[in-house]
Design a protein around this ligand. Structure first.
Ligand SMILES: *[C@@H]1O[C@H](CO)[C@@H](O)[C@H](O)[C@H]1NC(C)=O
Ligand SMILES: *[C@@H]1O[C@H](CO)[C@@H](O)[C@H](O)[C@H]1NC(C)=O
Ligand SMILES: *[C@@H]1O[C@H](CO)[C@@H](O)[C@H](O)[C@H]1NC(C)=O
Length: 167
């Protein structure tokens, strides 16, 4: 009886605090699909243009439309999305060429002690082409991505890693 109690106590200790299903979700590495982009330039230097991005998260099939101020008609940065406070989006656009970077806070719990020190992030970026009007104007609208959607796969990284590489 004493032995059984000891075994049960051990089992209880070993049981993860988080249910396995939740762990699986948190530990799946996110990717993102850029469905469409519509970037409208501003004719005024200090008034940002506007980019509308439609993204889908393949893990959940959740689709979001993001409104992003396009500074100097070239960059937009979101520190969160309306549906996800842990997702940052960075877009750079230069006439017909654009790139997008996703930076998601990684909440997967690591089993071994010592791992998972400090926040981790899942980062991914992709480049693509957009279509701008033949006649370049101050308030033109460019749309894309040309050739269909862009899938961006994430990879897990840490801030410490960024510091090491000097990035
Ligand atoms: C997302 O949609 C795709 C295509 O419709 C489907 O194959 C996949 O199972 C869906 N995933 C989830 C998590 O609902
Ligand atoms: C991802 O976002 C976090 C939080 O803003 C930041 O500390 C980190 O440097 C970012 N990583 C990259 C590669 O941009
Ligand atoms: C992203 O991951 C999917 C599934 O693992 C793979 O088929 C695809 O080639 C990857 N795409 C890129 C751009 O690495």
């Amino acid at each position: 009886m004493l032995l059984l109690t000891a075994i049960l106590a051990t089992l209880t200790t070993l049981t993860p605090a988080t249910p396995l299903s939740n762990r699986a979700d948190k530990c799946s590495i996110p990717s993102w699909t850029l469905q469409s982009i519509k970037a409208t330039y501003s004719g005024e230097t200090y008034t940002p243009g506007n980019a509308v991005l439609v993204i889908t998260k393949p893990l959940t099939n959740e689709t979001e439309s993001l409104d992003c101020p396009l500074l100097f008609n070239s960059v937009c940065q979101l520190e969160r999305t309306p549906a996800d406070p842990d997702l940052r989006v960075y877009l750079q656009i230069n006439m017909g060429t654009a790139s997008i970077t996703f930076n998601q806070t990684w909440t997967c719990e690591t089993a071994q002690a010592g791992e998972g020190v400090g926040p981790k992030f899942v980062i991914g970026s992709g480049e693509f082409e957009v279509h701008c009007p033949d006649e370049v104007t101050e308030t033109m609208t460019c749309t894309g991505p040309l050739g269909g959607t862009v899938v961006v796969n994430g990879t897990v990284t840490t801030v410490a890693l960024d510091l090491e590489t000097g990035e």
